[in-house]
Design a protein around this ligand. Structure first.
Ligand code: AMP
Length: 332
């Protein structure tokens, strides 16, 4: 039996290189060896209160982009989270055994309190329970996610194990983060600090659908500094970030060329950024062209979403049937 894999991405905008290298590239590679469920996490995105039009538009974007990146709907199950209501039911059950203290300690919750202090809703607090429900719903063991999701996965294991203990069962297996790269990937943003993230604004992200002109403009404005002040010095975060971005799109020769210029204090960031932008464009172009193509094909998108929802609900309803039995819901 193939191991089961689950992963999703929130439709809060278009996919960026962080999503691609942290998650989607693994989706594409895994689909032939595992039983894969890849979903569009539209329920998760409600924590930021999108308008109905934005919500639908972003879901469509992510669906198109999943397909453009090479996820094959014949091999893996691609579905929209809100098409599978069983996830909301499991979320409710898991919330009954998720404690305030542990939810408040989640790093992502603390980040959100800082970034959206006027909208600290219960959905943000219970985000880890919904993510656990997404994964446990298909009893997955592998979850291709970026490094930023490690803590959520640990909480998923806690919630699954707690359910197992409470109901004296081994129904839920333990899921672990998965990445084909040796270490979990963290793609930095262009603002000189932290990861590439939509919540840090469009100028911090390179989207898969960005045109060459936009990529050149964004990269030329990336944060750098006034240059190294001694030979072989450790790179400050903003500069290390530019090199880390090169690692994902540029050749080893290019990286070592700029690395040695940096170490000799001869680097010109303008040249590095130009090269980085061109390598990003080479990487993005075939994906962007497929995005443009697929965006026009509404009937195909509808067919993929319907087919995915049916397949996902088959597995989800099996889990819910068993969970209800374990909890003790019985019909008269
Ligand atoms: P999100 O956009 O937060 O819904 O994240 C969707 C997926 O992309 C998750 O698997 C994240 O781990 C991954 N991801 C998002 N941003 C990054 C990043 N900057 N580096 C690596 N992975 C990321």
């Amino acid at each position: 039996m193939k191991e089961t894999v689950v992963s999703g991405i929130r439709p809060t905008g278009k996919l960026h290189l962080g999503n691609y290298f942290g998650a989607v590239t693994n989706f594409v590679k895994m689909q032939y060896d595992y039983n894969c469920y890849f979903f569009i996490a539209d329920l998760h995105s409600l924590t930021t209160h999108p308008t109905p039009d934005d919500l639908h538009g972003y879901v469509r974007h992510v669906l198109v982009e999943y397909l453009a990146c090479g996820i094959n709907p014949e091999e893996s199950t691609i579905y929209i989270q809100s098409d599978v209501p069983e996830v909301a039911e499991l979320y409710l059950y898991l919330n009954m055994n998720a404690y305030l203290g542990e939810l408040e300690r989640s790093t992502s919750f603390k980040d959100k309190i800082r970034s959206q202090p006027d909208n600290v809703n219960a959905g943000l607090l219970t985000y880890p329970s919904l993510m656990a429900a997404d994964i446990l719903l298909h009893r997955a063991t592998k979850v291709p996610v970026g490094k930023d999701q490690e803590q959520h996965l640990e909480m998923t294991r806690t919630f699954g194990n707690r359910f197992n203990r409470l109901y004296k069962t081994d129904f839920f297996p333990e899921p672990y983060a998965f990445n084909y790269a040796q270490n979990l990937v963290k793609v930095p943003g262009l603002d000189g600090k932290g990861k590439m993230s939509k919540s840090e604004g469009d100028s911090n992200c390179i989207y898969l659908s960005d045109s060459p002109e936009i990529i050149r403009k964004k990269v030329s404005r990336a944060v750098s500094d006034s240059g190294p002040t001694s030979e072989n010095q450790t790179k400050p975060e903003a500069i290390q970030n530019l090199f880390d971005l090169m690692k994902i799109v540029s050749s080893a020769d290019t990286i070592s060329h700029f690395d040695s210029l940096y170490n000799k204090m001869e680097i010109r960031y303008g040249d590095l950024k130009k090269q980085l932008a061109e390598d990003m464009i080479i990487f993005n172009t075939p994906i962007r062209e497929r995005i443009e193509e697929l965006s026009k094909d509404t009937s195909y998108l509808r067919q993929v979403a319907r087919h995915g929802a049916l397949k996902a609900r088959e597995s989800a309803s099996e889990t819910i049937r068993e969970v209800r039995k374990l909890i003790g819901f019985k019909s008269f």
